[in-house]
Design a binder for this molecule. Sequence first.
Ligand code: FEO
Length: 403
Amino acid sequence: MDSIQNVTPQIAWVGGSDRRLALFENMFPLENGITYNAYLILDEKIALVDTVDASVTRQFFANLEAALDGRAPDYLIVSHMEPDHCANIEEICRRWPGIKIIGNSKTFQFIGQFFDFDLTGRTLEVKEGDELSLGKHNLRFHMAPMVHWPEVMFTLETTRNILFSADAFGTFGGYFGNLFSDELDYETLYLDEARRYYTNIVGKFGPQVLAALKKLGGTAPSIICPLHGPVLRGDTVELLTDKYTHWAAYQPEKRGVVFAYASMYGNTEAVVNKLASLVAQKGVHDIHMYDVSKTHYSTIIAEIFKYSHVVLAAPTYNLHLYNAMDMLVRDMAALNIRNRDVAIVANGSWVPMAHTIMQKLVEEEMKDMRLLAPPFLICSAMKPQQQPELEALAEKISASVCG
Ligand code: FEO
């Protein structure tokens, strides 16, 4: 059974929603599933914008057949060749052999890598700024390499200023009946997940995201149709555009402190609790605390993108850094997180190593990270004589946040 909805009278959402999936990309926990959006532009010529993940193929074809109402699509625009969007390309070509696939040279390279069917005579290659008229709808193609893969491209419907934005402006979270962001409480229901989605999936490629957004010019789209999550309309367009300029430039949204800590027997955690308490008493109230062994790293990464300050606290383990913290800090480096004020708390009972490893990763593997003080090191447990040093660290953190 179909569940199509109109984005405009001539543009239909024909995607699907998977609320059963536990891990996106087999990595990122999903509490409420995810949508795989596809859109059908019905004009003199008909263009399908993307397909969907294999898991929602049945929903997709029910929606597509209903929206087509017996007509045949002329074009399949492939915004992104990651399998969560391209799983049905071959089946589309089998059902409608006359369809032309629109993409760029990288798109067709990747189709050849993922599929074995013959592309001869089926392709229409586009470059930056190329346009295609469907009748009353005019499409302009903008290359958006590395938002999230190298072949990604945006399609702008120029008569109504509707942007088909590929992974950009998408979010984790399924479809629950309301298609549009202005028909639901987007900030409450989706914003944190949109941040977690962006920062972990596309966060590494901030400069490329900014370059792609610049190509669209200064006028905000009237509607943004991403490949995941609600269709953006109304105030949410401005909200997300503003968030993207912060996230892509690695600029914190708010001044506040994220404590990310690991602790085996509670001694490192006790220092973190004391430090957070001191920082709070010195006037910092936006404080967030995560045990890296308990909270998935993708949530902590999103929080570190959001806030200006981060405290990393962990014990030594096997003459190295505690595993879960090692993974978090290396992921921060991999995602190019920069421009944050950092404090380090470390523990070690016989050969302390955590402090030097965390400091090295922060100072040598990341850019524009400011260490507020030398690492605060405890050997097994904090001693009373270390209280002044911890007070001084709290003072530095609070002065930096409030300054
Ligand atoms: Fe939603 Fe990069 O795929």
